[in-house]
Structures are given as C-alpha cells and as structure tokens.
Design a protein around this ligand. Structure first.
Ligand code: SF4
Length: 333
C-alpha cells in the first residue's frame, strides 16, 4: 500500500465526519512552522524562513492550541528547520498522544542528534527529507557542498532505525526530469516509503529566478506523470494530471493551513496577504470562494501541491473512473 492503513483510515474517517457535518470547506493538513530559524539558506526559500531568531519561536502550548483549534488529522512540521526546535521531542510526543499523524520536514543535517537519539519511531511519525535532485543540483539548491551526501546517509539510517521515511522534491526551471528519475531510482533502491514532488512556484519574498511558468510546469509534469507508475510517488494521479495541464481544478487553499510565529497566514502557504492571531477569525474572514476561483493574478502560474492535492482527491471521488484509478494507485504503491 502506498500509505499505511492507519494514516489512510484517519484521513477517511475525518473526511467522513466533515461530510456528516455538512462542511464544504475544511482544513486537512496543518503546516506548522514552530520557528523561522534554519541551518541552511537554500535558493528558492524566502529569507524570513531561515533568518528568524530562535527566541521568536512558538511555544509548545501555542503549537498544540493551533492543532486543536483547526482539528486536522495531519500536521506537517516545517519551518525553518524543525530539528533546531529545542522542544521538538515534547511537541512530537504531544501530537502522537493526540493521535495526529506527523510529517517532520527536514534538511537532515541534525537528524542524528535531534531525532534519532531522542524520538523513537512511531506509526504516526514520518521523516520527510528535502532532496531536490542528485548531488550537484541539490548542493547548488542548498548553497552548500556535502548536503546531498549527508541526506542520503541519513535516509539510509532512518530506514535502518525503523522510521517511515519520505522525501520531498521541488521541480524548478532548471530541473531535468531525467535527473529526477535517477533520484527516484536511487530512493527506490533505498526503500523510501514515499516520494513527494511538487512544481516550484514563486513565493512573494523570494528573489531567485528559479521557478517554473505554466508551460514549463506542464512540460515537466507530463514526463513525471509518464514515469509515476514506476515509483512510490505520494502525489495522486489526479494531481499529477493537473500539474501536467491535462485537467483543471479549483484551488483549495483552506485544505492546508499554515501557522507560524507570525500567526495564521492568509490566504495560503504561498501568499501572505494577512496574518491572523486566532483561528476562528482567520477561518471566518478569509474570502475562500475568491481564492478557490484562482482569479487573483498571483494564482495564474500556481500548481502547488498544498493548494491542489485536496481538490484532486475531491475531484477523483466524484467519478467512478477516477475512483478506480485512485484505488489502484493506493494499493499498487
Ligand atoms: S492558486 Fe496557489 S497562490 Fe493562489 S490561493 Fe491557491 S495555493 Fe495560493
């Protein structure tokens, strides 16, 4: 199975509960950024995400209140670099106690000391290592030599120690899909549990010109779609078809909400129009129908996983052919 049974059932029962409550829009994933401190300064990452002071981090209580307020079954802990969060073991254990599934997104530099030595493997926990290509490309993206070799060594260790291990790749303008295929071959030989791939889209505050326009996204993702059956990609077939320009979807910015030291970010992970300090006001005041429509000019080139994966799943549930494709995808991974 592509995703573990517990993870799939938790999502399915949450979605069924939302349906019973008659909710058209609801969050599914919280992207929790407890800190804006990082030990790398990657190209394609906004400055605020790596230059924050550790003292400005969220407390564990603030993190847990955000989780409880939005009620999601899945928490993606990112940042900044979450392994630098001093209270990480406490946070992870509190999330597991709440029966939340937790995706720890990391550059892997501190995995050994900050995770392997302090946080045991658990069925709720997924280690998700950032890996944007083979050695030369990844080290270029990370602006530091040796990061790729370290990440591969940590993925091997993570698997050996019994952690569920995923990787996360962004396809940029200069990315070659042949290289992504080479990376997938390597990751498959290392028996990673999932490979997440998403098109790079420009944050407002990023200066590097490394991001894809719409045509480039379609071209590159047509090839990703062709090779997707060979690998354990975690992106659904419907999302990959959308990224390849073969189907249209509305955006679901409400499905992946973002909370950081600045508050609840609106309208989505990519655009920071406004930050709200409490979840209820954020949820009530954001004009979700407008952002769903993708009429804002800044949405024109966007095909981000965080905005469209939920739409892809909902669309697939609406017709038998797509449902069968989804079932085959889940059971053959
Ligand atoms: S299309 Fe992209 S930029 Fe626009 S709201 Fe959706 S996720 Fe945000």
């Amino acid at each position: 199975m592509r995703f573990p049974l517990g993870f799939t059932l938790a999502q399915a029962s949450y979605q069924a509960a939302m349906k019973r409550q008659g909710r058209k829009r609801y969050p599914t994933v919280l992207m929790l950024e407890p800190l804006y401190t990082c030990n790398l300064a990657c190209r394609g990452c906004s400055t605020e995400r790596h230059t924050g002071k550790l003292s400005d981090r969220l407390s564990v209580e603030q993190c847990l209140k955000a989780v409880d307020d939005c009620g999601v079954p899945i928490v993606s802990v990112c940042g900044g670099e979450p392994t630098l969060y001093p209270e990480l073991p406490e946070l992870v254990s509190a999330l597991i106690e709440r029966d939340k599934y937790l995706i720890l997104c990391t550059n892997s530099l501190m995995l050994e000391t900050k995770v392997f030595e302090t946080i045991p493997p658990d069925r709720h926990l997924f280690i998700n290592v950032h890996l944007d290509g083979m050695r030369e490309t990844h080290d270029f993206v990370c602006n530091r030599p040796g990061v790729w070799d370290h990440a591969i060594a940590m993925i091997k260790q993570s698997k050996q120690r019994g952690y569920q291990t995923w990787t996360n790749s962004t396809i940029f303008k200069e990315s070659r899909i042949e290289e992504f295929e080479e990376l997938c071959d390597l990751l498959t030989s290392l028996k990673v549990d999932g490979i997440l791939v998403s098109p790079g889209y420009q944050y407002e505050s990023v200066e590097e010109d490394v991001f894809l326009n719409l045509e480039q996204t379609h071209q590159k993702f047509r090839r990703v779609l062709e090779i997707s059956h060979k690998y354990r990609l975690t992106s659904t077939p419907a999302f990959l078809e959308f990224a390849a320009g073969l189907r249209e979807l509305d955006c679901s910015p409400y499905s992946t909400v973002n909370y950081s030291p600045l508050g609840w970010k609106a309208p989505c992970y990519l655009l920071d129009e406004k930050y709200y300090q409490d979840f209820q006001t954020f949820w009530k005041e954001v004009d979700w129908a407008w952002w769903e429509s993708r009429k804002d000019p800044r949405c024109a080139n966007c095909k981000m996983h965080s905005g469209f994966e939920h739409s892809a799943v909902q669309a697939a549930m609406g017709n038998v052919k797509d449902m069968l494709k989804m079932a085959a995808w889940q059971f053959t991974g």
